[in-house]
Write a protein that binds this ligand. Structure first.
Ligand SMILES: *Cc1c(COP(=O)(O)O)cnc(C)c1O
Length: 422
């Protein structure tokens, strides 16, 4: 296998003689065939090819193949956004009457999906605290549990996933283990190497890296044997909507093929060819960018932890961080650019600090090349009282910082100036 930084550049697309060197944007909804029989074989999955862009498109395909190769998975399914990746992956295995065991430390949008929207459709979500012991988490699993879901690094609380703890529970009960790896990327950690079965991405973050294209992806690890358990009975019986196909018979690609031919067919949240092109282009520099994000974040975290106006700093690179050992075990080359810290003096001082920044912008997006900050207590979470904020682990002086790839001296200068003004 090629090294990851090589796959970032070369993976996913192999032109034949005379074809474009760079994967082109195939801006066509449909594809031409000379004979009706050729098309029929495609519908029957007897041959591989394109017939409608909702199911497959060459530009989107190149992106999916590159990311699947980076993660060591068997196939990828690109989606219109990170949220649609999570939704499609869940609906691929769960329905009314089922339940999901989900870490509380996850992206806010995903938390809403799990806590409010999915229950409306009869899918119950049982949340656990990522620091809970294995026995307590295991108690949530029963014979209707369809997935254990967590994030590799969750923001803004910067919790690092204990893969082994969850993978052991998932293996013992033959439940699918699904991991959102958005804020780490396969360059720093490959969840499939540590027991995950399906990996989810919002490609809108580091994969694109330039904040230009919304997107997501589902990676099928191909390492879950649907025939070894009765838990996923939908995989064992013929799909009448797909002329009797039994997904478990497909072996390693059962999850991914079902997700594409059934879920994507019916729900249609496919990535656009143009966004696939932009994301694929961004990924050519993913390995380089992640290296710089990690170097910068380490320096910035050290600077902040030594600053008299800073109360606390959360980044796994700091030796006194609660998750330092886990981070070294699962992502020894760095943990990305996301961190959070508390400005001494509470909510008001945190706001004042934000106003003093010149280069680092206040935006809701994270994980792209530009450094940015957000003060949840006065923006995204301003409806919540201090007590409510504490309950979800967000202090009112918490500033979320996404460290970009600018020169670290300039990032630190901007932070220093703004802190001095507080
Ligand atoms: C942003 C994000 C998502 C949602 O992705 P969108 O592309 O914005 O829909 C999901 N998970 C994580 C960890 C994220 O950071």
């Amino acid at each position: 296998m090629k090294k990851l930084d090589t796959i970032c550049v070369q993976g996913g697309y192999k032109p034949k003689s005379g074809e474009p060197r760079v994967v082109p944007i195939v801006q066509s909804t449909t594809y031409y065939y000379e004979k009706a029989g050729e098309m029929a074989d495609l519908f029957d999955l007897k041959s591989e090819g394109y017939f409608y862009t909702r199911l497959a498109n060459p530009t989107v395909d190149a992106f999916e193949k590159k990311l699947a190769e980076l993660d060591g998975g068997v196939l990828g399914i690109a989606t219109a956004s990170g949220m649609s990746a999570t939704l499609l992956a869940i609906l691929n295995i769960a329905g009314a009457g089922d339940n999901l065991v989900v870490s509380r430390a996850i992206y806010g949008g995903s938390y809403n999906l799990f806590s409010v929207t999915l229950p409306k459709y009869g899918i119950e979500c049982r949340f656990f605290d990522p620091d809970d012991c294995a026995e307590d988490i295991e108690k949530l699993v029963d014979d209707k549990t369809k997935v254990i879901f967590a994030e590799t690094i969750a923001n803004p609380t910067i919790v690092v996933l204990d893969f082994e703890k969850l993978a052991n529970i998932a293996k013992k009960h033959k439940v699918l283990f699904m991991v959102d790896n958005t804020l780490v990327t396969p360059v720093l950690c490959r969840p499939l190497d540590f027991g995950a079965n399906v990996v989810i991405y919002s490609s809108s973050k580091y994969l694109d890296g330039h904040a230009v294209a919304l997107g997501g992806c589902i990676i099928d690890g191909g390492n879950f044997d649907f025939k070894s358990t009765n838990r996923y009975e939908e995989f064992l019986r013929p799909d009448e909507s797909y002329h009797g196909l039994v997904y478990a018979d497909l072996g390693k690609t059962a999850f991914g093929v079902k997700c594409r031919v059934q879920m994507m067919r019916d729900l249609g949240a496919i990535m656009s060819p143009e966004n696939a092109f932009l994301t694929n282009l961004g990924m050519e520099t993913l390995a380089l960018r992640m290296e710089r994000h990690c170097q910068n974040a380490k320096k910035v975290a050290e600077f902040l932890s030594n600053h008299p106006k800073v109360e606390w700093v959360l980044h796994p690179s700091l030796t006194d961080n609660k998750y330092h050992a886990l981070a070294n075990k699962y992502m020894p080359n760095g943990q990305g650019g996301m961190m959070s810290f508390g400005v001494k003096g509470g909510c008001e001082k945190a706001s004042k600090f934000m106003e003093g920044l010149e280069m680092i912008a206040i935006v809701t997006h994270v994980a792209d090349s530009r450094s940015c900050v957000l003060h949840p207590a006065s923006t995204t979470h301003r409806q919540l009282s201090s007590a409510d904020l504490e309950a979800i682990g967000i202090k009112d002086n918490l500033v979320r910082l996404s460290v970009g790839i600018e020169n670290s001296d300039d990032i630190i200068d901007d932070l220093k100036r703004a802190l001095d003004r507080v």
